[in-house]
Design a protein around this ligand. Structure first.
Ligand code: FAD
Length: 344
């Protein structure tokens, strides 16, 4: 261990650094407040041939008891706004900026584009990884570029949105570039021109003034607070499963048995189903086994009551996957990401 490097912390506790509160320790931890610190961290990992794990707010990860190699958090916290043409405002955001605080700040400046993404936990740098989305909006709708440090050659580069290959809870960062890059900064384009997106569910009924981004922001915060457990009170990682995409023929078969099943036809011919509804139909809402359970107001959220391990969580989640597969023939896929040093 090169212990002469002050930024490098050995055996760092990550129990409070993941919203599921899974017990975990980082073999080595590196906090990078500037881009040059990210480059140094990446160089260090490369020189010692350590695994490199990038951690943001820990709200979408399943941490193993020990994260080997180097765990790096990019805490660049700068935000800048630049007026463009036709009401466009270009926003540059450091990876370490709290996502919800950014949304709040943009809404306060009467900028439109990310108000529907209020109250999503985590840091801005992680937002493109799964193309965060909520209430009919995804970050991909406003993302222009991502700046990163590439582990493969230690170089900084910028990826345009098209190169990020954003999809539903998906991006190139979960595939070809998984564990290869550290995102340091994002470029977004927002607008001073109102563009309310109220089509999702009953959102429109909850918004007092649709011409106000602040009113939409507040409605979304209120709905989310009603539905989702606060990770600080009840540890969780938000939606534990993705909404499954199934073939039209399977969706038709399921619909003939349950005509009220929520279903959303996709442009590619497949149909998106609501994972929470499927779990609910299996009678599992509120089900608890040991340290883990299914939230009683939102069947998509698995909660940790304390004292549990990753292994127990995975076996609990497999029971849910098995129940849904048996009842509907649909295979649920996990949303939070496993860290490579665990046997996941
Ligand atoms: C209560 C709750 C509600 C949620 N609601 C939503 C929702 O509505 N919509 C939604 O999309 N998600 C939701 N999530 C999931 C989560 O908040 C998002 O995925 C968020 O973007 C994760 O950010 P984070 O900083 O916590 O990332 P982490 O959990 O720390 O990391 C997530 C992944 O990104 C990688 N990563 C993190 N930072 C970087 C970086 N700088 N460079 C490269 N890779 C990086 C990590 O290695 C990991 O693979 C919710 C979670 C919770 C707990």
């Amino acid at each position: 261990m090169p212990d002469s490097i002050p930024e490098l912390q050995a055996d760092h506790d990550l129990g409070h650094a993941n919203t599921l509160a899974l017990p975990s320790r980082a073999e080595r931890f590196w906090l990078a407040r500037r881009e040059c610190d990210v480059v140094r961290g990446v160089e260090l990992a490369n020189r010692h041939d350590w695994d490199l794990t990038v951690l943001g707010g820990g709200s979408n990860v399943l941490l193993p008891p020990v994260v080997g190699g180097l765990t790096l958090r990019a805490e660049l916290d700068d935000v800048s706004f630049m007026a463009g043409e036709g009401g466009a405002v270009h926003v540059e955001v450091g990876a370490g900026v709290n996502w919800h605080a950014l949304v709040q700040r943009c809404v306060a400046r009467e900028l439109w584009g990310i108000e529907n993404l209020a109250l999503i936990p985590g840091l801005a740098g992680a937002a493109p990884i799964q193309n965060i989305g909520a209430y009919g909006v995804e970050i991909g709708d406003v993302l222009d570029w991502v700046e990163l440090v590439d582990r493969r050659d230690g170089q900084r580069r910028q990826l345009r949105r098209e190169a990020c290959e954003l999809g539903y809870r998906d991006s190139v960062f979960k595939r070809e570039l998984a564990n290869q890059v550290v995102i340091t900064r994002l470029g977004l384009t927002l607008s001073t021109r109102p563009s309310p997106k109220l089509g999702y569910g009953a959102l429109g009924d909850r918004v007092a003034d649709p011409s106000s981004a602040q009113a939409i922001f507040e409605a979304i915060c209120a709905i989310r607070r009603e539905k989702l457990p606060d990770p600080l009170v009840t540890p969780n990682a938000g939606s534990f499963f993705k909404n499954p995409l199934v073939s039209r023929s399977l969706a038709d078969r399921l619909l003939s048995a349950a005509p009220s099943m929520p279903h959303y036809p996709q442009p590619d011919g497949r149909v998106k189903l609501a994972a929470g509804w499927l779990i609910d139909q299996c009678g599992l809402r509120g089900f608890r086994e040991g340290a883990f359970g299914i939230h009683d107001r939102q069947a998509l959220v698995l909660v940790h009551f304390g004292g549990g391990s990753l292994e127990e969580l995975l076996s609990f989640s497999e029971r849910i996957v098995g129940a849904v597969r048996a009842a509907f023939g649909v295979v649920l896929e996990r949303e939070p990401r496993g860290i490579q040093t665990a046997a996941l």
